[in-house]
Design a protein. Structure first.
Length: 107
């Protein structure tokens, strides 16, 4: 049975993506405000703004809940590269969310 993106993101929220909360992005509030299906669509919209390499590591580590070691094996890159890519991917995602949120407030 294949897991949907909504189920995966719900699972990731339940397991705590602390870096999102530390960056001031609260997915639980987005879910309450928008509903789970809309949150998934919105989060997918943000993820599509990232470079494919960044999106790949975030999806593996933060949503598929793979370890850095597992992501390294799947992608075929050293663990240090995965950690670095994950750091910059998370930073880019925060920037995208903040930029998009500012655009909505200004509109």
């Amino acid at each position: 049975m294949q897991t949907t993106f909504a189920e995966t993101s719900a699972s990731a929220r339940e397991n705590g993506i602390s870096w999102l909360n530390e960056a001031g992005i609260d997915l639980s509030q987005m879910t309450l405000r928008l509903g789970c299906a809309r949150t998934s669509v919105e989060l997918d919209h943000f993820l599509r703004r990232l470079l494919p390499a960044h999106r790949e590591v975030i999806e593996l580590v933060d949503f598929a809940l793979k370890s850095v070691e597992e992501a390294s094996e799947i992608i075929g890159l050293p663990q240090a590269t995965i950690k670095t890519r994950l750091f910059y991917a998370r930073k880019a995602l925060v920037d995208v969310v903040r930029y998009q949120s500012n655009d909505r407030v200004a509109a």
